[in-house]
Design a protein around this ligand. Structure first.
Ligand code: COD
Ligand code: ZN
Length: 363
């Protein structure tokens, strides 16, 4: 099968012919239909976060089950699935508590499947998996716990986006922050994930949604997804601008959706007394965040967020239903569709801020 391999940090991905070994116990082979191109993949390409290599990246995929290994009961060949980038073991404390987004297995993977081995080969060379998904490939072998079944009539190229940016973003508003109707919300960073925080806040009934970005095209997208006001952080200090727009108080909720210390500080400073700042972006490995304790002292809450605090098999089908009910925008997220051999162009477009989201579509 064809797959895009990252051999070295900072190098373009190489399209290779790889061998995919058969699914073992508790694993499933999936034919990918599409994969979104997310900034988190770009962080690994650029070396902002360490990861074993060579690796096939891609963590926003959907496809069709082709073959199931021994002991698999959740899915059968022909099932349409969204892939979760966190496989859920179903047994650890987090899974049992209904918080599979933090399943313990995730933190021990190190580029392998849960049994500690890999199914990807270039000749005899072992290639690492990414998030047990590696959706920049025509096929994947994934743990059963990564699958989220969806009805056959959902377009899988759109459903792929539910695998990361939609669940992460909408979930950050609904399930992490629990945005309340009538509230004021600031979203700093209006890319694929940030636009979904905006539409999540709109779904929750927020009255004022202030979008902050440095690119005018992103602020236009933000309005399309429900922002009521926009701030270009190149033209104005976002903290002062938010204070002005909120009667001098600050907002009830502020979301950082980029992964920079400066914008994480801004998110905290944008909140009113008693407000919540949610850091969705992951800050570069090794950097520290400095916090003025006076801010926290005023009943403010600073929160982290992984996968929108979602319980994936409960949350993703609900998001798909909202799309079918025309209450959630997915079509509008897809600015461009690329072939796998155009993947480096897709990353350039992401880095240049040209797209809301782009997808790789297989055949
Ligand atoms: N001020 C305001 N906006 C800015 C600034 C700034 N100083 N710098 C950049 N931006 C804007 C860009 O113009 C762009 O619109 C946006 O920030 C970022 O958007 P994208 O499309 O490049 O990125 P996303 O939405 O695909 O990804 C954002 C994440 C925060 C998810 C990502 O960067 C990250 O931190 N990933 C790690 C977290 C993680 O692993 N999540 C789970 C998988 S995604
Ligand atoms: Zn992502």
């Amino acid at each position: 099968m064809k797959a895009a391999v990252l051999y070295e940090v900072g190098q373009p991905l190489t399209i290779e012919d790889l061998t995919l070994l058969p699914a073992k116990e508790g694993e499933v082979r999936v034919r990918y239909v599409a994969s979104g191109v997310c900034h988190s993949d770009l962080h690994y390409i650029k070396g902002d976060r360490p990861y074993p290599k060579p690796v096939v990246l891609g963590h926003e995929g959907a496809g069709i089950v082709e073959e199931v290994g021994p002991g698999v009961s959740y899915a059968k060949p022909g099932d349409h699935v969204i892939l979760s980038f966190v496989p859920a073991c179903g047994r650890c404390t987090y899974c049992v508590e209904g918080r599979p987004n933090m399943c313990s297995v995730r933190y021990s993977l190190n580029g392998n499947l849960p049994d500690g081995s890999t199914r990807l080969r270039k000749g005899t060379q072992e290639i690492k998996h990414f998030a047990c998904m590696s959706s920049f490939a025509e096929y994947g072998v994934v743990p059963e716990g990564s699958l989220v079944k969806v009805p056959d009539h959902i377009p899988l190229d759109k459903a792929a986006l539910v695998g990361c940016c939609v669940t992460t973003g909408v979930g950050a508003a609904l399930w992490t922050a629990k945005v309340e109707p009538g509230s004021s919300v600031v979203v700093i960073g209006c890319g694929g994930v940030g636009l979904n925080v905006i539409q999540g806040a709109a779904l929750a009934g927020a009255e004022q949604i202030i979008a902050v970005d440095v690119r005018p095209n992103k602020l236009d997208y933000a309005k399309q997804f429900g922002a009521t006001m926009t701030i270009n952080a190149r033209d104005a200090d976002p903290v002062e601008a938010v204070r002005e727009l909120t009667g001098g108080e600050g907002a009830d909720y502020a979301f950082e959706v980029i992964g920079l210390t400066q914008t994480a500080q801004q998110a905290l400073l944008c909140t009113r007394r008693g407000g919540k700042a949610v850091i969705v972006g992951v800050i570069r490995h090794g950097e520290q965040l400095t916090i003025d304790p006076d801010f926290l002292h005023q009943d403010r809450v600073l929160m982290g967020c992984t996968y929108g605090s979602a319980n994936m098999r409960a949350a993703m089908p609900k998001l798909v239903d909202l799309y079918l009910a025309k209450k959630l925008k997915l079509d509008e997220l897809v600015s461009r569709t690329y072939r796998l051999d155009e993947i480096n162009t897709a990353f350039d477009a992401l880095e240049q801020g040209e797209v809301a989201r782009s997808i790789i579509r297989y055949n």
